[in-house]
Write a protein that binds this ligand. Structure first.
Ligand code: ADP
Ligand code: MG
Length: 313
């Protein structure tokens, strides 16, 4: 049965790339990275319940399992290439696997990602995807390059996914645009590539904007001032929740899979992002210091506990 499932996945999601000498089917894949590049490698796991609300469609789980990983590659300025999939399933459910593989493949095709191997096991639903991408040697975007005087930018509209999750948990009706932002996050791959020669530091927002900006501050040895009035809040978010909640979700909700980056305050940065169909907003500045401060007309309103911490009670 396991082999039937692997075959379903292979047929639907393997894809093809010239640099895959041997894909799914042997003990290991054989891959040919391009010369003069570094491999960017990341892995992320979705666990039933914690990352996907109970009613999440299998195709959306497939999409999201790859999306959260491509978001990590985007944050490094890497071009995606290969993926491995470790799938733990409560039962050998062909319908689930078919839909899952189709959702995965839909996103994989957009980024020319080949699924080159994985593992299939029996147990509570858990999906781990490991991705590999390429960056010209020395050109990756990292967390440790922010400089005092940089502007701080965020792509898209943070808070939407967290609003959807919050409504689902409260059994409230959720606007479909918000639900889409939770179930099918769009990794900002093209933006990450466009930022390679422009940004000084970059991270993707998975835990919450303030928490993830804090990671840049720690790695770079800097502080940040974020202006709450500049947060780009979506219309859908503002219609779903009150203004104070919208801010809170944008600052700390998590699951956004947007990019946060620091770069010189220069119109060329926003132009480069716009040229690849992305959008970004300047929300603050890098300062001397060590932490992220959130300011509302000059008043410090930094949330005391920000972001999603997996092992918190
Ligand atoms: P092994 O026992 O040697 O690890 P498996 O029977 O687990 O081999 O897998 C057979 C082949 O199928 C391998 O090439 C493996 O990479 C691939 N594979 C297994 N599970 C998956 C999966 N969920 N997605 C993609 N490829 C898979
Ligand atoms: Mg195996």
């Amino acid at each position: 049965m396991e082999f039937d499932l692997i075959d379903l996945i292979r047929q639907r999601a393997a894809g093809e790339r010239a640099d895959v000498a041997l894909g799914i089917g042997d003990d290991a894949a054989l891959l040919a990275p391009p010369p003069d590049h570094e491999l960017a490698v990341a892995i992320d796991t979705l666990v039933d319940g914690a990352h996907c609300p109970a009613a999440t469609e299998p195709a959306d789980i497939g999409w999201k399992s790859l999306a959260v990983n491509l978001s990590d590659l985007a944050a490094m300025g890497a071009t995606p290439a290969w993926a491995l999939l470790s799938l733990t399933l409560p039962d050998a459910d062909g319908d689930f696997v078919r839909a899952f593989a189709d959702g995965f493949a839909e996103l994989a095709r957009r980024h020319d990602v080949a699924l080159v191997g994985g593992d299939t096991a029996h147990g509570p639903l858990s999906v781990s995807v490991c991705v590999h991408g390429f960056v010209p040697r020395g050109q990756a975007l990292r967390r440790d390059g922010a400089r005092v005087g940089d502007a701080v930018y965020v792509t898209g509209t943070p808070g939407d996914a967290a609003a959807a999750l919050r409504c689902l948990q409260a059994s409230d009706v959720v606007a479909s645009t918000l639900r889409g932002r939770l179930d099918r996050p769009v990794p900002r791959v093209a933006t990450g590539l466009a930022l390679r020669s422009l940004a000084h530091a970059c991270i993707d927002v998975s835990d919450g904007l303030v928490a993830d900006l804090g990671h840049i501050c720690r790695a770079s040895g800097v502080g940040m001032d974020i202006d709450v009035d500049r947060l780009p809040l979506s219309d859908a978010l503002m219609e779903q929740v009150d203004a104070a909640t919208a801010r809170k979700l944008a600052l700390g909700g998590g699951d956004d899979y947007e990019l946060c980056f620091t770069a010189p305050r220069d119109d060329r940065v926003l132009q480069a992002v716009a040229r690849v169909g992305g959008n970004a907003t300047c929300i603050g500045a890098v300062i001397a210091g060590s932490t992220v401060r959130v300011l509302d007309h000059g008043n410090d309103i930094t949330p005391s506990r920000h972001g999603w911490e997996h092992f918190s009670a």
